[in-house]
Design a protein around this ligand. Structure first.
Ligand code: 6GP
Length: 840
């Protein structure tokens, strides 16, 4: 591996390539220059936001050596690169992460002091986070990019640079109100627009056949509309390595700012219309989590970013004079759910129509390079596109899909002669009702591997979602359990725990989480457990003060912090938690509460704007919070908080401050969950069902350190198949009847008996998520939690064992698995040298 010889005097490479430009003097100088030249501000009048911008620019400068060196290494010595295609990248704030990974946090603090800023946190607080994702899927993509770089694997994350990310959530009169997320308004210093690498993308129009030079009939696409994708690159630096990968986000531009013909005939508005229409392509993120809306603009967005990304990959081969037939040796394309699944058809189209490669060869290239991750089993989230919409927007792709399908069905006919049912079932085209294109089938047929995101989920994919495919191609189906990056979710979020970990096991735990196992030796060491509890208390004081500032509610940091943060969804069952709170409230009111385990129950999460029931659940929680928090009898015993606008930044405050993590989805519904992992690493105990990665978490931390309740996936299936009746469970549980009665009489809605009726009707009617079936078990388990809480030593020991045994959930482990079993890529360290003589 030839070192990257960088003779240009860029920051980070003045004298000692490792250290130079990274000291506080250089940072101070860099900031001063950016304040003056980039921002046009005087240091004497700089606001915290100005200083944030100046520091960020100075830090970005210091990423460039590694960023360029990482690209140069691939150019000089081609090797397989991971292309992670995702409609969402929820990357969170960038400054603290880059400081940590560069190893210059202390230097930045010192530089800031010279501007009169005593604490880095005042600067970090003003950073806007790019909300380019809805929840789990988008955040996972961000963790994976960070781990890829930290493991020195060449990778590009391809996505969309939405002008407006996920909405900001306000709570008004207990209801969620959505506000546009203008994350770019103050400028965003972390991106590098690369207009010279823009790509054209077509939409609509028709296909036509023509004869090529050799007289052969071919098909081609004549789109009626175009957009330009302008790449905006975000450097993704690995932890203390030279590898700096890229997140390449496409912004849509109009092909022509004006239609001059329309303009000349005096139609000004008509002239700008196309510009406006194509720019809306990257305007806004669809705020649906798990549900699919089947909207035209959404399909356009998907094709837009997928086409730009594949063109970009093919172009990179051309630039290096590598034949495109070698594509699969140079790119491994991962589809983050079906949102980018059009890639299967688009890669075929580019290879066949643009590069004139024959079908079989093109299909071989496509299926050797594409792999697909499924993130949900929920039927409403499985993407299907109406055939007429699809053919209208992507007529050539539909032709190609028909051909893929025809060849696939031929294969099936040989294998299952005369079995038309199976053909119908597996076909990419759903013939029922108004016909549609099933994107999961397209992805499954076009991919060399299909993986779920936790052991149970991958198993259910094979057994329930795609059983016939799994029988056909058992070797394609695999599992990679999700992981989260310990850099952001422990080192950055929880500095006091990190210090303790470093003191105990050394600094390497950050890149080798399995080292935390050594903490098991300390499980009976009272002094150590005390120190461990201290770190938790620090986190809780910080969250308490945040809660007070945001909601005005005073909470006691010594109470049990019981937290459920995630998107609001019926399957995640925030309402189960809410019902349990009412039961506790009743017990205290009736004087039947025989233990004293003061609790603060904290919720956070957004509901999809069109998801009525989820929004009603938010209203319900706030209704309960109002009653509980204003009742003097609850004083010192129970508090309920709904934290508005849950996002990555807030997550960094919440995870370290949590004692009890609520992972209470209906078994079989949560593909994995990743919050469960973040909580466990930070020493929270979990109360949870056997769902998603909870199953593996419980195995790892051992069952005595996990509060398990609820029906298993197969028990739920059994109930479902045997005409489940929530009433039978309600009848058996007087406390549940009381809870329901209290809601019915309007106790949590100022006497309004109508407000929560839809929720109650759902629960007592068909109860699609088996809340009633699990209620009693859950309540009993919560009692067990309270009893444990009163034995602090036992609690701390369990919490420590959770941290000690959570190393498996590092995204470094997940990425290693993808590299070895799916992508077949290996790390490629980036070396940097500077010719000191030449520069000085
Ligand atoms: C989510 C799953 O719901 C969650 O369980 C999982 O941890 C996460 O993906 C990462 O794998 N799914 C989505 O966010 C989604 O939109 C289509 O799926």
């Amino acid at each position: 591996n030839e070192p990257f010889d960088l003779r240009l005097p860029t920051p980070g490479c003045y004298l000692d390539p490792e250290k130079a430009g990274m000291d506080s003097d250089a940072l101070f100088k860099g900031m001063t220059e950016h304040l003056f030249f980039t921002l046009g501000k005087l240091a004497t009048s700089a606001s915290p936001h100005d200083l944030y911008m100046a520091l960020s620019y100075a830090v970005k400068d210091r990423l460039m050596t590694r960023y360029l060196a990482s690209q140069e290494v691939i150019r000089k010595k081609p090797q397989k690169t991971v292309a992670y295609l995702s409609a969402e990248f929820l990357i969170g704030p960038q400054l603290s992460n880059n400081l940590l990974n560069l190893g210059i946090t202390k230097e930045a603090e010192d530089a800031l002091k010279r501007f009169g800023i005593e604490s880095l946190s005042t600067i970090l607080e003003v950073e806007e986070e790019p909300g380019l994702g809805n929840g789990g899927l988008g955040r996972l993509a961000a963790c994976y990019m960070e781990s890829l770089a930290s493991l020195q694997v060449p990778a590009v994350g391809y996505g969309i640079r939405y002008e407006f990310g996920i909405f900001n959530q306000l709570i008004r009169d207990g209801w969620q109100v959505e506000v546009t997320d203008k994350w770019l308004k103050g400028g965003w210093p972390w991106e590098l627009p690369q207009p010279d690498e823009s790509c054209f993308v077509g939409f609509g129009g028709r296909t036509e056949s023509y004869r090529d030079d050799k007289g052969k009939y071919r098909s081609r696409w004549v789109p009626s509309e175009h957009a330009i994708g302008v790449p905006h690159d975000v450097p993704v630096l690995g932890y203390r390595v030279n590898t700096c990968d890229r997140l390449r986000l496409w912004r849509a531009d109009a092909t022509e700012s004006f239609d001059f013909y329309a303009f000349n005939i005096g139609d000004y508005y008509g002239a700008v219309e196309e510009k406006v229409a194509s720019e809306t392509l990257s305007k806004v993120l669809y705020p649906n989590d798990g549900t699919d809306e089947g909207r035209r603009l959404r399909l356009k967005q998907q094709h837009f970013f997928v086409s730009c990304s594949l063109q970009d990959m093919l172009r990179s081969l051309e630039k290096r004079s590598i034949p495109v037939t070698e594509f699969a040796n140079h790119w491994t394309v991962q589809l983050n759910d079906t949102h980018p699944a059009i890639a299967v058809a688009e890669l075929m189209r580019l290879l066949i129509d643009q590069y004139q490669i024959g079908w079989d060869k093109a299909w071989n290239i496509t299926t050797s390079s594409v792999a697909y991750t499924n993130h949900t089993l929920l039927p409403e989230a499985l993407e299907k596109w109406d055939l007429s919409l699809f053919s209208d927007l992507l007529p050539r792709h539909l032709e190609i899909i028909y051909e893929i399908n025809w060849r696939f069905l031929q294969q099936l006919r040989l294998r299952y002669p005369g079995d038309d049912k199976i053909l119908q079932k597996l076909s990419i085209i759903d013939e029922e009702g108004s016909k549609s294109v099933r994107m999961a089938h397209l992805a499954t047929i076009g991919a060399h591997h299909i993986n779920g995101v936790a052991a149970l989920h991958s198993d259910l994919i094979k057994r329930q979602l795609l059983p016939e495919f799994a029988e056909l191609w058992p070797e394609k189906f695999t599992n990679v359990t999700n992981g989260v990056t310990p850099r952001r979710w422990v080192a950055l979020a929880n500095p006091s725990l990190s210090n303790l970990l470093e003191k105990e096991v050394g600094p390497d735990w950050i890149t080798n989480m399995e080292l935390l196992k050594k903490l098991e030796n300390k499980k009976d060491d009272a002094n150590f457990l005390q120190e461990f509890e201290e770190t938790k208390l620090r986190g809780k004081r910080k969250l308490a003060s945040f809660i007070h500032t945001k909601t005005g509610i005073l909470v006691d940091p010594s109470s049990l912090f019981d937290v459920q943060v995630k998107r609001i969804h019926q399957y995640k069952r925030q309402h189960l938690n809410a019902l349990q709170i009412i039961a506790q409230y009743l017990r205290i009111k009736n004087g039947t509460s025989n233990y004293k385990a003061p609790r603060t129950v904290i919720f956070g999460g957004k509901a999809a704007p069109g998801y009525f029931m989820a929004k009603l659940i938010i209203r319900f929680i706030n209704g309960i919070a109002d009653v509980v928090n204003s009742d003097p009898d609850m004083e010192g015993l129970l508090r309920v908080v709904f934290l508005p606008d849950y996002n990555v930044k807030l997550g960094e405050i919440v995870y370290p401050a949590t004692d009890l993590s609520e992972q209470i989805s209906t078994a079989g519904k949560e593909a994995s969950g990743t919050g469960n992992m973040k909580f466990a690493m930070n020493g929270a105990l979990t109360i949870g069902t056997l769902d998603g990665a909870n199953v593996e978490l419980r195995d790892l931390v051992k069952k005595e350190n996990f509060f398990l309740f609820g029906k298993t996936e197969s028990e739920i299936m059994h109930l479902k198949n045997n005409s489940y009746s929530p009433k039978t469970f309600i009848e058996k549980c007087p406390e549940l009847q009381e809870v329901i009665r209290l809601i019915e009489i309007g106790h949590f809605s100022n006497g309004d008996k109508e407000l929560f009726k839809p929720l109650l009707n759902s629960l007592t009617g068909n109860d699609p998520f088996f809340v009633m079936a699990d209620f009693e078990d859950y309540l009993n388990k919560q009692d067990e939690v309270s009893n444990f809480w009163n034995n602090k030593k036992a609690w701390n020991k369990m919490a420590l064992l959770n941290t000690a045994r959570s190393g498996y959930f590092s995204s470094d482990r997940s990425i290693r698995e993808y590299c070895e079993s799916i992508w077949k890529v290996s790390p490629m360290p980036v070396e940097i040298t500077c010719d000191i003589e030449e520069i000085t």
